[in-house]
Design a binder for this molecule. Structure first.
Ligand SMILES: N=CN[C@@H](CCC(=O)O)C(=O)O
Ligand SMILES: [Zn+2]
Length: 412
């Protein structure tokens, strides 16, 4: 099956295969091709060029993109899309002045979602999650990472990961899964944190590895949750099963978790709302990419990750939604790109690079996703008629996606 998209006003994020991650000043350049065509063969990008070079080829389908832009679809490298129920009561508590930590202290937060999830059947959990997956596909997301972490028992963690893996069969969006057993301390282990860490490392992890349910391992390294020693134990255990780390760190406090992550060569360190200079230093010249989650900052009213400072320090940066019921009940990458520009001082070029190619790196899929590159998977979004790519973050909260192509197929 061959599909030709022609008369593309601008083909955005056109790259060679050897570009895998962008850092510092490199992020301010977003390569484009004007008045272009792009040919899809089965699930891959076969070729592209300027309309003046359009070859005479037989195709099965043609799309006229006059006045429209074509981008690689968004890559969302940090979500908790599989969850049960909602937490809008906590939203009201927040409006009434309670902090995230205060809500957690009165039985809300992650353990509230865990309670709801434990009481939800696998099928029901799948249906609720599928709805959200379909919603994010429509908003242009073509690859997504999904974490466990609202189970907090071996059965419920495995249930979450099975659902995340099953979602992969429903749609051509690429899914990677992450085991986040160390998301919060369940009540039964209130006075026995080490007991829970042991359960994660010696009970949950072997079962998850045996069923091949996780691609990465994660931990919430934060005051009141899990400390550096816990983080080391979990990352070490993950390593034994070939699972690379992607960790929640520096959301509220800088306690040394970034350095620990780097020491364990984690793929990404995520959140980073509170960054000391030494955290930024620790990330320099490493294979670990920082990931900012601006929707979480917006929703729970905490500082935004210091994107400008990180990029100016020559670091790479990726952006993700953190889609979850507590701190970011929103999976819209278009909004994330807007917030990055409006609230974090990133330029449209930097934000789009951070939400595509760098985001693909943060998911370990940079060889196949995140840019318009010959041989990469044809995961594309086609905008409606817009003046420029800068219009996308500028026109925040509005939908400018008219068509979505995943694995070479028009899905929307
Ligand atoms: N910070 C830790 N975990 C999630 C929020 C979890 C929740 O509040 O349910 C996050 O990434 O923001
Ligand atoms: Zn998260």
């Amino acid at each position: 099956m061959k599909t030709l998209i022609k008369n593309i006003k601008q083909l955005v994020q056109v790259r060679d295969q050897n570009i895998t991650k962008l850092k510092g000043k490199q992020m301010s350049y977003l390569p484009t091709l004007s008045n272009a065509w792009l040919l899809i063969n089965e699930d891959k990008i076969e070729n592209f060029g300027g309309m003046g070079t359009l070859p005479n080829i037989e195709t099965d389908q043609e799309i006229d993109a006059t006045g429209k832009l074509v981008l690689p679809s968004w890559v969302d490298s940090h979500t908790h899309l599989v969850y049960a129920g909602h937490r809008e009561q906590e939203f009201v508590d927040k409006i009434n002045g309670l902090t995230y930590e205060e809500i957690a202290a009165k039985g809300g937060g992650i353990v509230n979602s865990a309670r709801q999830l434990q009481n939800t059947s696998e099928e029901e959990l799948y249906q609720q999650s599928l709805q959200r997956l379909e919603q994010v596909i429509k908003m242009g997301t073509g690859a997504i990472e999904i974490k466990s972490g609202y189970g907090l028992t071996p059965e419920a963690e495995i249930k979450m990961l099975r659902v995340a893996k099953k979602l992969q069969k429903a749609h051509p969006i690429l899914i990677k899964t992450t085991f986040l057993g160390a998301h919060a301390l369940p009540a039964e282990f209130k006075d026995n944190k080490q007991g829970y860490i042991d359960q994660i490392c010696n009970d949950m992890l072997p079962k998850i590895a045996e069923e091949n349910l996780a691609d990465f391992i994660d931990i919430f390294c934060e005051q009141g949750y899990f400390d550096i020693h816990d983080t080391e134990q979990v990352l070490e255990a993950g390593k034994k099963y070939g699972l690379r780390g992607k960790i929640h760190v520096n959301q509220f406090n800088s306690i040394g978790g970034v350095k620990t992550g780097v020491d364990y060569n984690v793929l990404s360190v995520d959140h980073l709302e509170v960054m000391k200079d030494e955290d930024i230093e620790a990330l320099k010249n490493t294979d670990t990419i920082p990931v900012a989650l601006p929707s979480c900052s917006l929703f729970i009213k905490i500082p935004y990750a210091p994107a400008r400072k990180m990029i100016d320090a020559d670091l790479p940066l990726a952006l993700a939604t953190d889609y979850n019921p507590g701190s970011s009940p929103n999976g819209n990458m278009n909004l994330v790109v807007s917030l990055a520009c409006i609230k974090m001082g990133m330029t449209p070029e930097e934000a789009i690079n951070a939400a595509t190619l760098n985001a693909a790196y943060a998911m370990g899929i940079e060889k196949t996703h995140g840019s318009i590159t010959k041989g990469k998977i044809a995961n594309l979004l086609i905008t409606d008629q817009v003046p420029s790519y800068g219009f996308l973050p500028y026109s925040f909260g509005n939908n400018h996606i008219s068509q979505v192509i995943l694995g070479g197929k028009l899905v929307q």
